[in-house]
Structure formats: C-alpha cells, structure tokens
Write a protein that binds this ligand. Structure first.
Ligand code: FMN
Length: 210
C-alpha cells in the first residue's frame, strides 16, 4: 500500500550535461532514507559514458546494484527502471508519487514533454505528473537557449512545471565544485520539500557598506 509518508520520488536523468548532479541527488535522497524511482534515459547513458567514463547498466537489477556500489549508500529504497519501460508502475497516474525531478533535463526531452509526446518512460512519467497536477521540477541544461527552447519551457511552466535550471550561486561562497554541486542539488530538492542537507539560505549581507 502506498502510504502518504512513504510516497516515492521520481528522479529522472536525461542526456544533458551535468550527470554528477544526478548522482549527488540520488546519493543524498538515499542517505536521507527516501524512496527513489530512478529513470535514466537512453541519452543519459551515453552522457554518463562521455562525462565520467562509466557504463550504466540497462537492466534494472544490475543498475540498482551499480548505483548502490557507486554511491556507497545502503539506506533508502531504490527502484531502477529501463529507459523504455512504458509499462512500469510510474507510467500510470494511478501509481502515487510525491513528485518528479528531471535533473539534468535535455532540451530534446523538454520539447517532447512540452508537445505531449512520450517516446520513453521519462517523458511518459513527466506527462503523468503534469496531468495529475503533481509537482514536476525540470532542470534544463543548455547554453544558450534558443527561442524554441524558451517557448517549450514557457509551455511547461504554464502547464504547472517548475523550471529550475542548474545555475550556480556564489552568495554561499562555495570553495569547491563539490560545494557548488551540493548547493544546486539541495536547492533543487528543496523545491519538492526535501531536506537532504544543509542549505545555506540567504540571511542578508554580513557587513553593510560604510
Ligand atoms: C556529452 C554530451 C553532452 C550533452 N549535453 C547536452 C546538454 O547539456 N543539453 C542538451 O539539451 N543536450 C545535450 N546533449 C545532447 C543530448 O544527449 C541528446 O539530444 C539526446 O538525444 C537526449 O536524449 P534524452 O532526451 O532521451 O535524454 C549532450 C550529448 C552528449 C553526448
């Protein structure tokens, strides 16, 4: 039975640059004991290889073991899904979730979701979250954005998605890429109400100019 307190979060990873953000999000959610339904798109598997030189297994069981070993986290619940398994429970609105985040989100996925075209499980699950009016956070990664990208993102915002590009901040004074990654991931998960780490919220300037 899906109780309110145990509702899973759908973490979807598409083929945009920024796979370390997805890995850190997964690690922090599992460390916090959350239940994660993980979708890694076909494009993401290619980018994992290109950015970090690792081959993510397509088979869900092998993939779960892979992520457990790679993140080093045994807590929480992890369910991995094959990129094109449109018969997975999360492909249906009857399967309840707490929300979904697509981190990072390719502009291809943005366009297909905006058009209501579900060619894989990631796009179908996003479509389901929109139709069920459940939280959907989309983290698009591209630079620059064309008018097509901007129009697609506007359509998604109008349909109820939160658009949260992984844009770094400096006001928390990051001293490493890891601290910058953590800020981006924790700030993004904060949008869905998750507290998976310390978020340095802006408290105002420390010293006033004289
Ligand atoms: C190394 C690499 C980096 C990429 N980075 C981006 C990116 O930042 N944004 C983007 O929209 N597409 C990017 N792409 C292109 C997408 O991976 C490609 O459009 C893919 O078809 C997206 O598939 P998906 O939407 O099913 O994940 C990148 C591709 C590669 C190989």
């Amino acid at each position: 039975m899906q109780g309110e307190g145990t509702l899973p979060m759908v973490l979807a990873v598409s083929g945009a640059s920024g796979q370390p953000l997805a890995q850190r999000a997964l690690q922090l959610l599992l460390e916090a004991g959350e239940t994660v339904e993980l979708i890694t798109s076909r494009g993401a598997i290619t980018v994992w290889q290109a950015e970090l030189g690792i081959q993510v297994p397509g088979d869900p069981e092998a993939q779960e073991q892979f992520w457990r070993e790679r993140t080093g986290v045994g807590s929480g619940t992890l369910r991995c899904h094959r990129w094109n398994d449109q018969a997975a429970p999360i492909a249906s609105g009857s399967h309840r979730t707490r929300g979904m985040v697509i981190l990072p989100c390719s502009m291809g996925a943005v366009g297909r979701i905006a058009a209501g075209v579900a060619t894989d499980l990631l796009e179908r699950a996003a479509d389901v979250h929109l139709k069920e009016a459940r939280p959907l956070v989309i983290c698009p990664r591209e630079l620059p954005w064309s008018l097509v990208h901007l129009r697609n993102l506007t359509a998604l915002a109008e349909a109820g998605a939160r658009i949260a590009p992984p844009v770094p901040a400096w006001y928390h004074q990051p001293r490493s890429i890891e601290e910058m990654v953590d800020f981006l991931v924790i700030r993004t998960l904060d949008l869905l109400g998750y507290e998976v780490g310390e978020l340095r919220r802006w408290q105002g300037p420390v010293g006033q100019p004289g």
